[in-house]
Each structure stands twice: as C-alpha cells, then as structure tokens.
Design a protein around this ligand. Structure first.
Ligand code: C2E
Ligand code: CA
Ligand code: CA
Length: 480
C-alpha cells in the first residue's frame, strides 16, 4: 500500500483486492456509452466496423478513412496520420487483470473521442494502439496542440474500486504528402515517430521530420553493416565498476559492448543495440560477448563479480536463453560470480516467461538485476513477485534529483522500497560526491558512475584495482 508518483513512472496503487466489474451489465453500459451517436444512425455499418470493446472504428475502417482523406485532400492542405500508444498499459493488464485493462481501454477511448471531437477521426487499431486522422490541416501547430491535449487526457489517473492506474500516451504523427504519399509509408513513418516519442519524449506527441528520416536511413545502414560484420573481431567490451556505497569497495564490473566497424567507425550500443535487437543479430552477439566477458573476468580477483547485460530478446527466447545459460555454466568463472542485468521490457512483454527466465538464470547460481528501473512501467508491487537480487535505478533520476524535489522523493521512495524487499539497490550515473552523499542518506547501498570510474578497457582493470588498494580503499569483495 505504498505509492509513489512521478511523471513517466508507472504507478499502481492497490489494497488487497483488485477492482472487478461487479456485473456484466455495468460493463455493457460502459461500452454502450462510448458509441458515437452519429454512428448509431447506421447500425449495420457500425456493427461491421467498430471494435467491439471500445465502440471505436477498427483498423480496417481506419485505413478506409485514410484512403478517402488522401483522395480528397485539397492542394496545399495536409492530412496527418497519428498513431497513439498507451505507455504502461501492459502492466496494468498484468497486475490488475484483463477486466481492468479493458476498462482502461474503454475509458481511454472515451477521453480520446471527447478531445478529438470533430477535429479528428479516432480509431482503435488493436491492443492499446489507436489511430488518428486529422484532415485539411494548414497549420502544424493545430495538430501538435490536439496531440498534446490527447496526451493530457490520459494523464489523469484511472481510478477503480481498489486500484488506481496511471498511464500516459505517446503519439507519432506523419503528414501527407510530406512524409509519404501512400497509406503504408505514412503509417510506417507515424510509427517511427511514435517509436521516437517513446524513446525520447514519452507521454508526448511528435511529428515525423527530416531528422527522423535520416535516422530511419541511418539505422538501415547500421543494420546492413551489422549483418556483414565479423562480430568476433569487431565487437569488444569495456568494463565499468559497481561499488559498495559505504566503503567504496568494488563489487562488480559491468561489461558494456563496443563496436568498431570498418565501415562506420566506432558505433555505440545506443545506436546498434536496437538494430541488433530488431534483426536477430542479438542472439549470436550476446553469446560472443558473454564468452569474451567471462574470459576477461577470469583474470580478476575471486570476489569481483561480472555484470552482464542481457537483452529482452535473449530472455524471451527459450533457445537463446538455454545457450546463454550453457555458456555461463561452463565458463572459466563460477556462475555465482555472474550477475545478469535485465530490463523491464522483458517483464512487460511476458511477465510469466520473464519470471521463468530469471529462475533459470538463478538455477546455475547466477544473480539477476533489474536494470534502468523507473524508466518504464515497473512499480515495486510488480517487481516484488520476481526473484531478483538487485535493482539498478536509472541514471536519469540522479540527474533530475539536483533540480527536482519530486525526483528526489521518487528516488528516496524507490530506494527504501527496494531495501524493504531485500534487494540491493544500485544507483547508476553518479557523477558527484554530493549526489553520492544524498543517495547514501536515502539508504542506497551500491553505486556506479563517472565519480568512481568511466568504463575501462580490459587491460586497465587490474591496475585500477591495485591503484585503489594502494590508496587504502578496501580490496574488492562481494557484498554480503
Ligand atoms: P546501461 O546498462 O544502463 O549502461 C550504463 C550506461 O551509462 C553506459 O553507456 C555507461 O557508459 C553510461 N554511464 C555510466 N556511468 C555514467 C555516468 O556517471 N554518467 C553518464 N552520463 N553515463 C554513465 P553505454 O556503454 O553507451 O551503454 C548504453 C546501453 O547499451 C546500456 O545501458 C545497455 O542497456 C546497453 N548495452 C551495453 N552493452 C550491452 C551488452 O553487452 N548487451 C546488451 N544486451 N546491452 C548492452
Ligand atoms: Ca546495465
Ligand atoms: Ca542502466
């Protein structure tokens, strides 16, 4: 029953019993109330086209409407296609169940329709994805304002009997004819803008622009080069230490991938990671990197762990996971020295499968950390059901802490909740002594960041450990 609230952070509040709809009658009324009066005038057509749950037009009708809109667009005017996606919807479904999930969808649909009024056509494309068509636009600001109003509309939490679900909406828009002349191109570009919004401007509306076009082409190029790459020689790792906050002792080194491409030069994981995941290159890549990291770690003092990042794809594919586990179990260091870092994406995709994957990793004696905590959808209510060892609070919070008292409260709450659940709590991205002191006062027991060290090359690690020892800093050891 403890709650935290922060922008972008998915928050769930609940007592012991989840909200359930008391009777199917309530539910039908709720659905019925969403039906647009105009559509009722043509009941047959409505039944053929609306999504049964929300009363909104479905995907097929969305594309039908887009076709018309393009055909009748006046010269000099634009048609904007928007794709909306609810941030944090899936965990609502997982935590509260489908009945509540459906109610959120119905409620969102109602709010979207209300804001859109006669300014835009709203459809449900499937799942928690919605579509917008805004016709006859002569001013981009009109679309952005509408988009922001729609995003605002979901910001108000959804209250049920015993539950409050906070979600947000991100929107990507693409304009006809600028971004594309066909339905398919427009949809693709709106979808890319949405992806971009989710990465960089979660909870907001953005319009596909030149920069996105360059990025789309850029990632196509990265993919081409990655497909031809000799992963074994072109990929390498650098290592960044994790420290015990109180003593400064080194607990672990986190392996971070680096790609030296003959065609593109140095490419960071921020650029090639997503591409490797979208293509299937992530699978061989993870195996190659894990072997390299284990070999490096075999040179370190016994007490020092290896932290290794797994992608959600690794975790979700039973075949890939089996191979990862086999490599870890038969490598040159004891598996108990390996800590696998996983991200929330996996948990959101399929909670049960992620839980099994964590158990499988732990069955060989490895530990598991949840990385980038707070950026996605996790609430600790959700996380406490997982057999995790550590939580790594995302570095964006540390940055924001300096200026935002809210961020400070959120960090403090996340730390105390993690500690109450007996998880180690790591803060990433610690850059100053002041930040460290504050975080320690909140009860955080581990830290990582430029304050201690930048990521190091393999041959810099032993000298780094020695230098710290000669400064009287405690030798590396494992946290009890
Ligand atoms: P991450 O796991 O959250 O890694 C931490 C990132 O923060 C690293 O960037 C690191 O260099 C950077 N960092 C560390 N301390 C500080 C600090 O004090 N201030 C600031 N501003 N940044 C700091 P990097 O190496 O570019 O990695 C980015 C992301 O790429 C990683 O985020 C991780 O999600 C992914 N990644 C990296 N290596 C691998 C890998 O081998 N496998 C997988 N699956 N993902 C990887
Ligand atoms: Ca990590
Ligand atoms: Ca992280």
């Amino acid at each position: 029953p403890m709650i935290i609230g922060a922008a972008g952070l998915f928050v769930v509040m609940f007592g012991t019993i989840f909200a359930v709809i008391r009777s199917s009658r309530d539910f039908l009324e709720l659905v019925a109330s969403q039906v647009d009066a105009q559509q009722l005038s043509d009941e047959n057509s409505r039944l053929a086209h609306v999504g049964s749950l929300t009363g909104l037009p479905n995907r097929r009708r969305f594309f039908g409407r887009l076709h018309q809109a393009i055909a009748r667009n006046a010269p000099g005017a634009r048609v904007y296609v928007g794709i909306l996606d609810l941030d944090g919807f899936k965990p609502v479904n997982d935590v509260f169940g489908h009945v509540v999930g459906d109610r959120v969808l119905v409620e969102c649909s109602a709010r979207f329709s209300q804001v859109a009024g006669d300014k835009a056509f709203v459809a449900r494309l499937g799942g928690d994805e919605f579509g917008l068509i805004v016709e006859n636009v002569r001013d981009e600001d009109f679309v952005l304002t509408l988009g922001h109003q729609i995003c605002e509309a979901t910001r108000e939490p959804f209250a049920f009997d015993d539950a409050i679900a906070a979600i947000s909406t991100s929107i990507g828009f693409a304009a006809f004819p600028d971004a594309g002349e066909t339905q398919r191109r427009l949809y693709e570009r709106a979808d890319f803008a949405l992806y971009f919004a989710k990465q960089n401007h979660r909870g907001r509306a953005i319009i596909f622009c030149e920069e996105h076009e360059r990025r789309m082409k850029g990632s196509a190029l990265v993919e081409q080069c990655l497909r031809r790459a000799d992963l074994e020689t072109e990929m390498s790792l650098v290592y960044q230490p994790l420290h015990e906050a109180e003593t400064g002792a080194i607990v672990s080194f986190e392996a971070l991938a680096r790609w030296n491409s003959p065609d593109l030069g140095e490419v960071g994981p921020g650029e090639f990671g997503a591409v490797a995941e979208r293509s299937d290159i992530i699978y061989p890549l993870s195996r190659i990197l894990l072997r390299k990291a284990l070999k490096a770690a075999s040179q370190w003092p016994e007490g020092v762990q290896l932290s290794f990042n797994l992608s959600a794809r690794d975790l979700m594919s039973p075949a890939a996971l089996t191979q990862i586990i086999a490599i870890a179990a038969s490598g040159p260091i004891a598996p108990s020295r390996i800590d696998f870092e996983i991200t929330e994406t996996a948990l959101i995709t399929d909670f049960e499968r992620a839980r099994k994957a964590i158990l499988a990793l732990k069955s060989i004696g490895a530990s598991v950390s949840l990385d980038d905590f707070g950026t996605g959808y996790s609430s600790l209510n959700y996380v406490h059901r997982l057999p995790l060892d550590r939580i790594k609070i995302d570095r964006s919070f540390v940055r924001e802490m300096e200026t935002s008292p809210l961020a400070r409260d959120v960090v403090k709450t996340m730390i105390s909740m993690a500690r109450n659940l007996n998880f180690d709590c790591v803060i990433e991205g610690v850059e100053t002594q002041e930040q460290l002191a504050l975080l320690k006062s909140f009860g955080c027991n581990m830290a990582q960041g430029y304050l201690f060290s930048r990521p190091l090359a393999e041959n810099e690690i032993l000298p780094f450990i020695d230098a710290r020892e000669s400064l009287g800093l405690p030798a590396a050891r494992r946290i009890a």
